[in-house]
Design a protein around this ligand. Structure first.
Ligand code: ZN
Length: 261
């Protein structure tokens, strides 16, 4: 049997487990009797990840849930293959995640970013069931509470287990947040509310969808909240900004007849 490298009791992250970067974070939660996966990543690593799980003696038939934190292709492209290998797993995600994947929406899943020449295969993926804020997923003795944390995308979910939060693309260890992009369905005011919710909670550890797990610090979250707050009023953020105060100032100046000095 391959030794298990738990990050926290009954939590294994597959990049940490493999001791190399495979892609987005893939969390295995539970024990050999019943377990679940949070995301699976790209299809080209799915077989390897599931083989590692098998070598750690987790029976593949005992995977109860395959969770999509949201519909982005780098998190879910391997779902089709994973469902074949994990016959009893029910796939779950936010209602909008189901809709985007059922429709094969290539833009809002980041499969297609034509301006950057990005065009990635998005297989037809059917997520079995929609879950919403407050829904609880149970594997053996463990419970994950669903948090709807929109902002990066409307379908973004996070999952609380005790003092841990599988925090998706809400915030990373360096204080960066998931892409803000109107074409992807990002919403800055909603993003700020999601970060405030995480900040106000008694969660102690954040287990993000990219990069290392880290201790939740109010200051780090506050810096991100303040930055996003400024973005709301900056032209830099184009279609995601809610206003641009310079144009109001300029309007007042032209009405008054103020000239450049
Ligand atoms: Zn992501």
């Amino acid at each position: 049997m391959l030794p298990r490298r738990e990050l926290f009791p009954n939590v294994i992250e597959m990049n940490y487990q493999a001791r190399r970067r495979l892609g987005c974070c893939v969390y295995l939660v539970g024990d050999t009797k019943e377990w679940l996966l949070v995301d699976i990543g790209y299809a080209d690593t799915t077989d390897e990840i599931i083989e590692l799980i098998r070598q750690m003696d987790f029976p593949l038939a005992n995977c109860k849930y395959l969770i999509a934190t949201h519909a982005d292709v780098d998190h879910i492209q391997g779902f089709k293959r994973a469902k074949e290998l994990l016959p009893n797993a029910e796939s779950v995600g936010h209602e909008e995640c189901l809709t985007l994947l059922a429709a094969g929406d290539r833009v809002r899943t980041y499969a297609e970013v034509s301006a950057q020449g990005i065009s990635i295969d998005l297989p037809a993926i059917k997520i079995d069931r929609a879950i919403a804020d407050g829904d609880v997923l149970t594997v053996g003795d463990f419970t994950l509470e669903t948090w709807h944390t929109p902002g990066h995308t409307h379908s973004q979910l996070a999952f609380r287990m005790g003092n841990l939060l599988f925090s998706g693309d809400n915030i990373y260890r360096d204080g960066c947040v998931g892409h803000i992009d109107a074409h992807h369905g990002s919403d800055i005011p909603a993003f700020i509310d999601s970060l405030k919710r995480i900040q106000a909670s008694d969660i102690e550890w954040l287990l993000p969808s990219h990069g290392p797990s880290f201790r939740k610090e109010k200051g780090l979250l506050q810096k991100a909240i303040d930055r996003l707050d400024r973005y709301q009023h900056m032209a830099d953020f184009g279609t995601c900004a809610i206003d641009w105060p310079l144009l109001d100032e300029w309007e007042a100046e032209i009405i008054k007849g103020t000239l450049p000095k």
